[in-house]
Design a protein around this ligand. Structure first.
Ligand code: PHE
Length: 462
């Protein structure tokens, strides 16, 4: 008899939690969250974001865990196992596509973060001012060679960890480093609380002004929720497939969503305190993090050490999140296409680098590909927009519908309660109701209103 190859997995519930948290916490919290919140007016946007996390993100995360752990397969294999109808494979296709699109730009931003570690060591921020940090950001991103080299370094690092495998690579890295990141962000906040702009920062983040909210803003808030919790791509299906049969999936999902949101808020407070203390504007765009954090750490004891540590940990957070996207592809190519792990990693790394370069060199004014516009967007923004605001929500909607309407409820109950060992009956019922009726309706309304369809219908009726 042919012996089937044993599939790797995480060794414990704690390891699964840290790996999943390592996927969720990344550039999304540190880089994207502050600048998107800043671009969209603050508190009102934040409130919509939080609603999306609870009513869309959490139910979909639990569903993705379910799909993965039940089938023990990559995203494509998993959806094909759950339904014999071919149409559901679209979830797998969207997952794979979005993994590519996100990695094309994520690798570039991760490259900027890595490069900051060395800039800090070199002393580039020794006497940082608002103007000098802006200049430093332009120098970093303009290119053409430096940002590309850093992007390739990031892709290489991630590839090496992935070739090492699930336990030796992913698990070992995430378990030790996530807690340290949290401590550093807290230190950053303590410093930020002493800055003069801290009050304005709180007002901006927590005092909602609904006149600032647009239907496009609502779509962006939902897209950010998907991006933040690594949903819609099949990441949580893939990681769910590595969970042990003893893991409590409700508990893991809740802990990850809460910790992730806390990290985003803590970073937000630090960034906006700097924004308001140094007369900058919140809507600075993708450079916001890079132009504020160096200022937070100036003129304090150990400032340079703390700044260095912050960017080291940001690099690590970016790396563990990047690993989780790449693992979607690696699981797919090894299990569905029979490739070796090494080959799947190397071939995809080449594709990501080759296309990713175009997005990286489209950000700074004067960069080589800055002039190229598609649908009015630069390449970087386009990759980000298509993945976060269209592909991830669609992939998530697909998974939600598959679990809510195709899989029998009894099966879901059995899997989520670990065969009746966990007493989660009530929670399953609440989750199932929200997944079936609330999540898809919210999602579809947000889509339609961002396309202007809803507004037209309302006008027609009234
Ligand atoms: N959640 C990650 C972050 O915030 C990004 C991510 C998106 C990871 C989708 C995996 C899948 O940085």
């Amino acid at each position: 008899m042919k012996k089937s190859k044993r599939r790797e997995g995480f060794s414990s519930g704690l390891a699964a939690f840290f790996a999943t948290l390592g996927s969720a916490v990344g550039l999304g919290n540190i880089w994207k969250f502050p600048y998107v919140v800043g671009d969209n007016g603050g508190a009102a946007f934040l409130l919509v974001y939080l609603i999306c996390i609870v009513f869309i993100g959490l139910p979909i995360m639990i569903s993705e865990f379910y799909v993965g752990r039940k089938t023990r397969k990559n995203v494509m294999g998993a959806v094909q196992e759950l339904s014999s109808k071919k149409g559901w494979s679209i979830i797998g296709i969207i997952g794979i596509l979005s993994a590519y699109f996100v990695m094309f730009f994520y690798s570039g931003v991760a490259g900027w973060v890595y490069s900051y570690v060395f800039k800090i060591l070199k002393g580039d921020f020794n006497r940082a001012t608002a103007e000098s940090v802006q200049q430093q950001f332009t120098n970093t991103t303009l290119g053409p060679t430096v940002p590309v080299i850093w992007q390739i370094i990031v892709i290489a690092v991630v590839s090496i960890i992935l070739i090492a495998g699930v336990k030796n690579g992913i698990e070992r890295i995430t378990k030790t480093l996530m807690p340290i990141l949290l401590i550093l962000i807290l230190i950053c906040d303590i410093r930020a609380l002493m800055l003069p702009g801290v009050k304005e920062s709180f007002t901006f983040l927590f005092k909602a002004d609904f006149t600032q909210l647009t239907s496009k803003g609502i779509l962006l808030a939902m897209g950010l929720a998907f991006f933040k919790l690594s949903l819609g791509m099949g990441t949580m299906v893939t990681y769910g497939s590595y969970f042990t049969k003893k893991d409590n999936m409700f508990g893991t999902a809740a802990k990850v969503a809460i910790s992730d949101t806390i990290v985003s808020l803590l970073v937000g407070i630090a960034v906006f305190s700097a924004v308001f203390s140094f007369n900058m504007v919140p809507s600075t765009g993708p450079g916001l993090l890079f132009m504020t954090i160096p200022l937070v750490f100036t003129k304090i004891p150990f400032g340079k050490v703390l700044l260095f540590a912050f960017f080291v940990l940001a690099s690590i957070a970016a790396t563990t999140a990047f690993i989780s996207m790449f693992e979607v592809l690696v699981a797919y190519y090894t299990e569905q296409k029979g490739m070796s792990r090494k080959k799947a990693v190397i071939l995809n790394a080449i594709v990501i680098a080759a296309i990713g370069v175009f997005s990286t060199l489209s950000v700074s004014e004067g960069a080589v590909f800055e002039q190229i516009k598609i649908f009015g967007m630069g390449i970087f923004d386009l990759f980000d927009y298509i993945s976060s605001n269209i592909l991830l929500p669609l992939g998530g909607l697909g998974t939600g519908l598959l679990v809510g309407y195709v899989v029998p409820k009894e099966d879901i109950k059995k899997e989520l309660s670990n065969n009746g060992k966990l007493k989660v009956e009530k929670i399953v019922d609440i989750y199932y109701f929200i997944l079936k009726y609330v999540t898809p309706i919210f999602l579809i309304i947000i889509f339609l209103s961002s396309l202007g369809v809803l507004q037209k219908v309302i006008k027609l009726i009234s």
